[in-house]
Structure formats: structure tokens, C-alpha cells
Design a protein around this ligand. Structure first.
Ligand SMILES: Nc1ncnc2c1ncn2[C@@H]1O[C@H](COP(=O)(O)OP(=O)(O)OP(=O)(O)O)[C@@H](O)[C@H]1O
Length: 619
């Protein structure tokens, strides 16, 4: 994890990790927009359509308002010249029209803002769901990769900020149409004014683009550190960690690290923001100079009699509006280009594909399993690890057999179990089930037939009943099945004591939640194994937190439940291990010996040594 590695390193540089993007890269990021717009359209075609129509209507309003304004002024000038014959109907009609347009414009604005926000919320929700679904489809080892986590993190942040991009893209389209309407008037008067306008605005556009690139590179380059900041914030202020943070007095240690990192980011960012503000002001002045140049020209044409006063207001109004529009279009363009770059991260995450996928024509899963599992020279190395976690492993797990795995910490027991459940595939060798490579079965089907309770099982902040139903979530409404599983795992006595029984939320995260002791949680988690009713049951140190009586009882029931089924048991307690039919001893990921408890004791090897070591502790 970046946190620990950074503790000992000096975190400088970062901004230089990723060079600023070239204009070409920025343009090419725009290619993500069609796919993005398609996603928005799919979110709600009706809302998207209404949004577009309203914006087109809204785009025509500025030109109409300016033109009516011109007519009003010309009419006022005309009336002022003939005060004896005041005919005000036409003037009032024009004023009424302008008033009507103002009201409509406001209503359209509100309607588009409303639609944007509703559509944006829907889009953010759907993106989050897609993100969760896609993350669930990926392989476990992808989650253990730091670059993957950075991608996931960026994609996660994208789901919300993408609604901003949506508003930007739609706003852009609307402004471009408004510009097109306005430019008709200006072109009719003098096309050179449009050119002047463009030239005046270009420096601001280039400046903005440049700073957007810098800011994207900064944020992108800092992803691991921002993840670390989140981690520190969470560790420093969460119920899960509060106990140890207090006991070990870690608060200062965590806040110091947070302060150091956040200050560093603040300073780099501040430099960028200040530069941006300074250059931005300069470029804005150039834009203003362009506007006043045109204004002087139009005034000159008016005083020399080439234009009416109405024309003057219309043209200068159009020019001012167009300058504002063009500036915001160009600026927004770099914003959109920047947003599209982030979109790239979003889509890249969705492009990640799992490697453990169903084969084209999966073999039907054997029901029941006849021969069992065979490890043929199996070796496995974790991603980024130098050392083999498991190597040259050859053994058989026979159908119906109870196999215990024994070995010291880090020997490779959990890894072996993960390979059985195809959370990973062997790096070398293969695992067969009934003579067929595990890879030829559908992994989802395989996992349905396997029940694993890991030592670090998840304490779901759900009701006690749901915590057991997790074992076979399709059966979450099957209360009798849940209760039977609870009885078998001894969880029923825990649940009976809860004020709301099976409906009691457990864990501390939510206000009504009640926390349980380690052993009580374990009984609940064990209930999942019974709920699952799988052909192969794997318990990875399931009883470590249980008291002696509970452990004895759990295993008596376990033996009954797994009668005729295949089971793998990992435990450091030999009282548990000896109940297995056979015991596999591994050391440093390698096979050491295998046999029944009696056989291995007689053999006097590693197992006997470990057994006597533990037994001596009780004497
Ligand atoms: N996700 C991982 N990435 C890299 N290395 C890992 C990972 N998980 C485990 N390892 C390494 O693989 C080896 C085997 O680990 P494993 O968890 O299988 O041991 P174990 O026998 O179950 O240990 P324990 O009795 O402590 O639970 C260890 O050296 C461990 O450091």
C-alpha cells in the first residue's frame, strides 16, 4: 500500500510523474464524448430529448430580445421626433413582446437546470451501479494491484463529476446555436467584426487550455497520494480504527502525515491557481480591448449617420453577447476537453477485463463430485511478488474427504484455498476436478458449489438474518433455512439475545447497530457455510475466536453436516485438525507430508513435531 511505502520515502516530485498533455492528446480525448453522450441518452431518452429541445428554443431568445430592443429604441427615437402625434400602441406591443420573452427565457432556464440536475442524478446513480457491477466482475488479483486501485479511484470520483461535464456539453451546444443566431446580424453589418471578436478571444482560450492541462496532470499525478489522504482521513476518524488509534496514541502520527501530504498538494496547487489567475486577467483585458475597438467603430458609424440608434444598441449588444459567448464556448471547450480526459479514466476502468472468465463451452459441473480435486505440480506467485507462495504441489483431495491443512503462518494455506475457488489461477501446473482442468468449468458454477468462510470474513453491517443469508443470498427470505443454519453454527443463541433477533442490525456503523464479540461474529459467519449447502466446504480458521466448548460443539456439528461431502479445514488447533480424515502439511508453499493424524504421529515428522509442541503447552 502506498501509505506504508511512502512512510519511508521522501515524497517530492509527483507533478513531473506525468508530462503535460499535448494539444493532440487533448483533442483525441474528445473522442470519448459520443460514448458519454450515448450513456446519458440511455439514462433517460425522454429527459435528454426534452433537454435538447428546450435548449434550442432558449438559444433563439437572445437574438430576438436584442432585435426587439433595437425596434423599441428606433420607435422611441421616432416618437421623440414627433411629440405632437403620440401613437404608442406599437411601442407597447414591442415592450410586451420583450417582457414575454424575458419570462419565457427565465422559465426555459429553470426547466433546463431542473432537467440537468435530475438527469445528472440519474446518470450518477446508474454510473455507480455500473461501476459496482464491473468491479465485481474483475479478478481478485486486479484488486491487489495499486495501479488498478488508482484507476478504480479515478473512475469512482468520475461518477459524480461527470454530471458537470454533461451540463457543460449541453450548455456548449446551446451557446453555439445562440452564437450562430447572433452572428447572422453581425455578419449582415460587417463580417470583419466577427474576425476581430475571434482574435480578441483566442489568447484567453489558449491560456485556459494550457492551465487545464496542467491541472489535469497535477490531479492525475497525485492520485496515489490523494488515495493515501483518504486512507489517512478514514483511519484517523472511523469506528473501525478508533480503538487502536487511541491505544497506540496514533492520532498525531496520522495527522502529521496528513498535514505533510495535504500541505504539499495545497502548495503545488496554489502555485498553479495563482499563475492561472494572473494570466487569466491579462487575457481578459485583451478580450475587452477587442470589444471596445468594435464599439468605437460602431459608434463612429452611428454618428456619421450610417446606422440608427437602434442599430447601435443591437450591434453593440450582439457584439458584447457574442464576446461573452465565444469566451465561454472556448473556455468551456478546454473544460470539456479536460472532462473528456477524465472520462478516459472512467472508460479505461470499464475496459479492464477479468482473466478468469467462463470458457466458450464450459463442462457441466459434476453433481455429485465423483473423484475429487487433484493438484498437479501447482505453483502460484502473487502479482508483484518475487517469491512463490506455493510451488510443486501434488496431492489429491478425494470426494467426500475431510482434509485439514496444517502449516505455519504464511505457509500458503489460504492461497491454496483461493486457488481451489478459482479466485486465482495457478501460475504453473493445474488443478483437476474429476479429471478435468478447473478452467474448463464455468467459474460462477464452481463457486456456487463451493462454500468458503475465510478467516477475515466480512462483518456486513446488515441484519443478523441477512448476515447468515449471505451464504446463499437468493434464499434471504427463507427464514427456516436461515434459522437452521444459525442453529448448526451456534449463532442462534447469539441472535436470541439481540433485542430485535434476526432483524437486528449488527455492527456499529449504523445508529441502530449492535456490535458483537469476535467469537459471536464468527458463529454468525459460520452460519453462512451451512446456509450455502455446497459440495465443497472450506473453513479457513473458522474457530480461532471460539471458546473451547463452542469449538468442540461446532466441530461435532460440522462433522455431521459434512457427512459424505468434501471439506477442507484450516486450523492451527490440533484438537480440530485431528478430526480430519487426512492432513496435508505444507511449509513455505511446499508439500511436506500427508496422512491421517495417527499415521503422521507414527511417522514422527513435521506434523508430530508441531503436535507435540502444542500438546506440551497444555501439560
Ligand atoms: N495478496 C497477496 N499478495 C502478495 N503476497 C501474498 C498475498 N497474500 C498472501 N501472500 C503471501 O503468500 C504467502 C502465503 O500466504 P497465505 O495467506 O496463503 O498463508 P497462510 O498459510 O494462510 O498463513 P496464515 O496461517 O498466517 O493464515 C505468504 O508469504 C504471504 O505473504
Amino acid at each position: 500500500m502506498a501509505f506504508w511505502s511512502n512512510l519511508f520515502s521522501n515524497p517530492t516530485r509527483r507533478t513531473s510523474d506525468k508530462p503535460p498533455l499535448t494539444i493532440k492528446e487533448r483533442f483525441s480525448a474528445l473522442k470519448n464524448l459520443p460514448a458519454f453522450l450515448k450513456l446519458i441518452w440511455q439514462t433517460s431518452p425522454r429527459m435528454a430529448f426534452a433537454n435538447i429541445v428546450l435548449r434550442i428554443v432558449r438559444a433563439a431568445i437572445p437574438l430576438s430580445t436584442l432585435y426587439i430592443g433595437k425596434l423599441i429604441i428606433d420607435e422611441v427615437v421616432r416618437l421623440a421626433r414627433t411629440p405632437d402625434n403620440l401613437e404608442l400602441n406599437y411601442l407597447f406591443l414591442l415592450i410586451g413582446l420583450e417582457f414575454g420573452l424575458a419570462i419565457i427565457s427565465d422559465l426555459l432556464n429553470r426547466a433546463t437546470t431542473l432537467l440537468d440536475s435530475l438527469l445528472g442524478d440519474l446518470f450518477a446513480n446508474q454510473s455507480s451501479i455500473r461501476l459496482m457491477e464491473h468491479a465485481a466482475s474483475l479478478d481478485l488479483d486486479q484488486f491487489e494491484d495499486a495501479t488498478f486501485y488508482d484507476k478504480l479511484e479515478r473512475a469512482r470520483r468520475q461518477t459524480l463529476s461527470r454530471t458537470v461535464l454533461m451540463t457543460q456539453v449541453l450548455g456548449q451546444a446551446q451557446d453555439i446555436i445562440t452564437m450562430a443566431f447572433l452572428s447572422v446580424g453581425l455578419i449582415a453589418f460587417n463580417p470583419w467584426l466577427i474576425l476581430l471578436l475571434v482574435v480578441a478571444v483566442i489568447p484567453a482560450f489558449l491560456g485556459e487550455s494550457h492551465f487545464n492541462e496542467r491541472s489535469y496532470s497535477l490531479v492525475h499525478g497525485w492520485t496515489p497520494e490523494r488515495r493515501e489522504l483518504d486512507y489517512l482521513r478514514m483511519t484517523g476518524a472511523s469506528d473501525d480504527t478508533a480503538k487502536e488509534v487511541k491505544i497506540f496514541g496514533l492520532s498525531g502520527f496520522l495527522t502529521d502525515r496528513f498535514r505533510q501530504l495535504s500541505d504539499e498538494f495545497y502548495n503545488v496547487n496554489k502555485r498553479l491557481v495563482l499563475k492561472r489567475a494572473a494570466w487569466g486577467s491579462l487575457f481578459a483585458s485583451i478580450g475587452s480591448a477587442g470589444y471596445y475597438g468594435a464599439y468605437v467603430f460602431i459608434i463612429y458609424k452611428t454618428v456619421t449617420g450610417h446606422l440608427s440608434l437602434g442599430d447601435l444598441t443591437f450591434l453593440s449588444g450582439s457584439f458584447m453577447r457574442m464576446r461573452g459567448l465565444l469566451e465561454s464556448i472556448l473556455n468551456r471547450f478546454s473544460g470539456i476537453a479536460e472532462g473528456s480526459l477524465y472520462l478516459q479514466d472512467f472508460f479505461e476502468f470499464f475496459e479492464l477485463q477479468p482473466r478468469i472468465t467462463p470458457p466458450v463451452a464450459p463442462k457441466p459441473f459434476p453433481r455429485p463430485i465423483r473423484q475429487g480435486f487433484t493438484f498437479e505440480n501447482v505453483g502460484f506467485k502473487y502479482r508483484n511478488a518475487e517469491k512463490w507462495a506455493i510451488r510443486n504441489l501434488n496431492f489429491e483431495l478425494k470426494a467426500g474427504e475431510k482434509l485439514a491443512l496444517v502449516g505455519e503462518n504464511g505457509a500458503g494455506k489460504t492461497t491454496l484455498v483461493k486457488l481451489l475457488a478459482r479466485l486465482y489461477d495457478p501460475t504453473e501446473g493445474r488443478i483437476l476436478l474429476d479429471g478435468t482442468d478447473l478452467r474448463e468449468y464455468d467459474p460462477a458454477e464452481l463457486r456456487r458449489e463451493i462454500g468458503v468462510i475465510f478467516q477475515d470474513f466480512v462483518r456486513f453491517q446488515l441484519s443478523a438474518g441477512n448476515n447468515i443469508a449471505i451464504g446463499r443470498i437468493e434464499e434471504k427470505e427463507n427464514q427456516p433455512r436461515i434459522e437452521t443454519s444459525a442453529q448448526l453454527s451456534l449463532a442462534d443463541s447469539v441472535i436470541k439475545k439481540l433485542p430485535e433477533g434476526y432483524n437486528q442490525i449488527i455492527g456499529r456503523r449504523f445508529s441502530k447497530g449492535l456490535d458483537l464479540s469476535g467469537g459471536e461474529w464468527q458463529k454468525i459467519a459460520l452460519g453462512r457455510a451451512y446456509m450455502r449447502d455446497a459440495q465443497l466446504l472450506i473453513l479457513d480458521e473458522p474457530t480461532a475466536a471460539l471458546d473451547a466448548r463452542a469449538e468442540h460443539e461446532v466441530f461435532q456439528r460440522f462433522a455431521e453436516l459434512t457427512k459424505g461431502k468434501t471439506a477442507v479445514l484450516i486450523s492451527h488447533r490440533f484438537s480440530t485438525v485431528r478430526m480430519a480424515d487426512r492432513i496435508l502439511v505444507i511449509e513455505n508453499g511446499q508439500f511436506v507430508e500427508m496422512g491421517s493424524h495417527t499415521e503422521l504421529l507414527q511417522k514422527g515428522g513435521r506434523y508430530a513435531e508441531l503436535f507435540h509442541l502444542q500438546a506440551a503447552g497444555y501439560r
